[in-house]
Design a protein around this ligand. Sequence first.
Ligand SMILES: Cc1cc2nc3c(=O)[nH]c(=O)nc-3n(C[C@H](O)[C@H](O)[C@H](O)COP(=O)(O)O)c2cc1C
Length: 249
Amino acid sequence: MFKVKNNGGLYTASFCWLFFYIRGALMKIIEAMNTRISVRAYKPEPVSREMIKQVLQDAVSAPSAMNTQPWEFLVITGETLDKIRKANVDSLRSGVPIKPDHLVVGWTNDSVYRRRQIELAKDIFKLMDIKREDKEKRAAWSERGFRFFDAPAAIIILTERSLGDAPLMDIGAVMQNICLAALSHGLGTCIEDQGSMYPDILRKFTGIPDEKRVMISLAIGYPDWDFPVNKLKSARESVDNITTWSGFD
Ligand SMILES: Cc1cc2nc3c(=O)[nH]c(=O)nc-3n(C[C@H](O)[C@H](O)[C@H](O)COP(=O)(O)O)c2cc1C
């Protein structure tokens, strides 16, 4: 802690206060980053439009390339969301091929990415008591994702189709901000490809124009912490295994 010569006591106290305030705020950010998990079951309580607006307002502080902010949001709730859930599940059950506006799986079966995906599925199925060979329960689990995990609201992130893949990074930044901002209101989120695998259904019920690309969806609502899968804290690769240091001792 440094001291200012004149009026020492007052200034020192102010700097001390600022130091602890900033350190406290930083700790809250790190805590939020480490506390956020994908929430896959929600209480039925609705989330107000004002609260979601505040979440989005805070989230758009995200950085974007040249400040282009290539994101738009569609927030869905109520009857419209219920119709989308039903149409998604009907399509899934009738074997309608998914047709997302973005690449979902880019890995090969012998890759580390596939291994991590399998580990996640195993962890989820264990918590949900789903046996590997139980096709019915596995299908029912998959449907939950297409129903936005029965969350009271969903956020769809859109971008201009003409921009190609350039906005992907920017959208990642705003997406994470949405999750963290939601957390500060006691809300849970699950970023999910599943909710945007049938973009034509979203278009049909909400009127998204063709020139807008559906990038990702998020379920949002108050978490049901008693639901087993919400106890999952997923694993992470050690930083040592994925970092190359250059120019250090
Ligand atoms: C781009 C993206 C798409 C995702 N899609 C799904 C999804 O369709 N269904 C799902 O249950 N989780 C989905 N997730 C959540 C991931 O499975 C989750 O982030 C990952 O397992 C790490 O767990 P955590 O979020 O609890 O830390 C998605 C996450 C991201 C970033």
